[in-house]
Every structure is written in structure tokens, then in C-alpha cells.
Write a protein that binds this ligand. Structure first.
Ligand SMILES: C[S@@+](CC[C@H](N)C(=O)[O-])C[C@H]1O[C@@H](n2cnc3c(N)ncnc32)[C@H](O)[C@@H]1O
Length: 284
């Protein structure tokens, strides 16, 4: 059963970390004058209103992107990310207000050149319909499929240009998703070892995320792992206190950019004094 709707969480701290790092990876990837594919196994609706509908219920964006929009003197990489979000909000009432928040496909599309392609999977019929509406008229550059992204990705690996950035961003409402990610990554690496794979995961007080991370960190690949917690884990043991991104074959420039900017991002999004970040990597 598909109960997860990303619109409830659009623009929250986890989206900010994910989309900021996704933009850094894509900016690096497009520096080379050779086409690449962007593949999103769990794409969501592509664009979210922050002024009506689900996103207004808990207004999670107020503890996320809204804080960045209001910040001054950001280091360049974070300022570039905020400028990108502002570009989707050119008709907002004030320059710091955000009415629309882009999902990962809209973030990625900004980085595509004429020969780059985007392949999107979204299983929820309503979100897939919204995704198709949001990307109507893009021609062959964008292909959207309402199917299981864990299985569907196999058809695209290796991609014809032999260059790709893959985002794997499941809801993890089904505990099986953690091991599905590991299985999918192992299979994908046999098909296309040189791709850049970005796995998003929540920080929770339960074993599955840690088990998944141990399996991923044991892979014989170059990787970088960045985590950010924004508050102390809840005493009753529930809820997400942060999130992380595990990146296989990361850009060599990424560790330095994250070293420079994660302290700023973490202090902007902190909800208490325990907020922190970690950056680990295994790069041969
Ligand atoms: C965390 S959201 C994606 C958010 C999006 N990547 C973004 O950053 O804007 C996860 C999405 O995966 C969809 N989904 C769940 N299971 C799926 C599956 N097996 N294959 C493809 N999509 C799935 C959900 O409907 C939901 O829209």
C-alpha cells in the first residue's frame, strides 16, 4: 500500500540536505563536455505548493528551506542553492518568501543540457499524474514511468552515454525498502560500476537504517557519507531526528565543499544544541 505523500514534507530539513547535495553532484557532472543521464527511482510529484494542500498541514518547510531563504552571507555553494529555489519563486510576494518548492526532478532538470536525459519512476498514481503534468512538453529528454523504481532502473543501466547520476530516495515506510536499496545498488554496480549513486536515508532510532549503512559501507567502491541531525532523538523513540546521503563514486570536489558548508547548514537548521553533522568517506 502506498500511503506516503512527499508533499507533507516538501522543503523540510531532509529535502534541503538532499537537494543541496544533489545540485552539487550535478553541477560537477555537467562540467564535462559529455552527455549524462539523471535517473530518479522514486521521483515524487516534481513540484510542491507550500501555500495550499498537504505541505501547509505541518509546514515542515518552515524549519527547512524557509530558514535558508532568510539567511544572509551564505557561502557560495549554499547561496547558489538558495538562488535556484528562488528561481522557482520569482512571483513570490517578497524576495525571501517561498510559495513553490521543487522536488528532485525539478532540481535536476535545471542542470540538464540539450543532450542530457532524465528518467523518472514514481509508483503512486496521484503523484505520477502530477509529475507528468509538471513535466508536460519536455519531449524525449524526460521519460516518466509509473512503476517500481527498484526494478525499473535495470532497463537503463548502463545508460547509453555511460555517464549517469542516480538518486534513490524511497519512503522507507515499508521496512523492506532498506534491504531493497542494498540489493538494487549491488545489482546496479554489476551493470554500471562507474555511475554516481546517491542514496537518501532517514536517521531514526531503529536498526534498519544502520544495518543498511553497514552493508553499503562494506561495498568495494568509493563512497562519501554525509549525515545531519537537527535535534536530539525523541525520548519516546519515534520520529526522524536527521537524515543522510550515501554517495557512491562521489565527485572529488565534494568533501571540500561539504567541509566548508555543512557547519553553516547545520547551525541554520538546528532546533537544539545537539544538532550536528558528520562527513565520512572512503575514496581510493
Ligand atoms: C521521498 S519521496 C520522493 C521525493 C523526491 N525524490 C524528491 O526529492 O523530491 C518517495 C516517493 O517514492 C514513491 N514510491 C514509493 N515506492 C516506490 C517504488 N517502489 N517505486 C517508485 N516510486 C515509489 C512514493 O510515492 C513517493 O512519491
Amino acid at each position: 500500500m502506498l500511503s506516503y505523500r512527499h508533499a507533507f514534507h516538501a522543503g523540510n530539513h531532509a529535502d534541503v540536505l538532499k537537494h543541496y547535495v544533489l545540485g552539487l553532484v550535478l553541477a560537477y557532472t555537467k562540467q564535462k563536455d559529455k552527455p549524462f543521464w539523471y535517473i530518479d527511482t522514486h521521483a515524487g510529484a516534481g513540484m510542491y505548493s507550500l501555500t495550499e494542500g498537504y505541505a501547509t498541514q505541518n509546514a515542515e518547510f518552515e524549519q527547512g528551506i524557509a530558514k535558508l531563504m532568510a539567511a544572509d552571507n551564505l557561502p557560495n555553494p549554499l547561496a547558489d542553492f538558495v538562488a535556484q529555489i528562488k528561481s522557482f519563486n520569482l512571483n513570490s510576494s517578497t524576495s525571501d518568501s517561498v510559495n513553490l518548492y521543487p522536488g528532485s526532478p525539478a532540481i535536476a532538470q535545471d542542470f540538464l543540457r540539450a543532450d542530457d536525459k532524465m528518467r523518472l519512476f514514481e509508483l503512486h498514481p496521484n503523484d505520477c499524474k502530477l509529475l507528468i503534468e509538471n513535466f508536460r512538453g519536455q519531449g524525449k529528454q524526460v521519460k516518466i514511468e509509473m512503476q517500481d523504481g527498484f526494478a525499473g532502473i535495470k532497463a537503463y543501466l548502463p545508460p547509453p552515454p555511460r555517464r549517469a547520476v542516480v538518486l534513490i530516495d524511497p519512503p522507507y515506510e515499508d521496512k523492506q525498502d532498506y534491504q531493497r536499496v542494498v540489493k538494487m545498488i549491488k545489482d546496479s554496480l554489476t551493470r554500471f560500476a562507474t555511475g554516481t549513486y546517491i542514496v537518501w536515508y532517514p536517521l531514526l532510532q531503529r536498526p534498519e537504517p544502520r544495518d543498511m549503512m553497514s552493508d553499503l559501507m562494506a561495498l568495494n567502491v568509493d563512497w562519501l557519507n554525509v549525515e545531519m541531525t537537527i535535534h536530539e532523538p525523541a525520548a519516546e523513540g519515534f520520529g526522524m531526528h536527521g537524515s543522510g546521503l550515501f554517495i557512491i563514486n562521489p565527485p572529488w570536489t565534494l568533501p571540500n565543499i561539504l567541509d566548508e558548508t555543512m557547519p553553516v547548514l547545520t547551525s541554520l537548521l538546528a532546533l537544539d544544541e545537539t544538532a550536528s553533522y558528520t562527513i565520512e568517506s572512503k575514496i581510493a
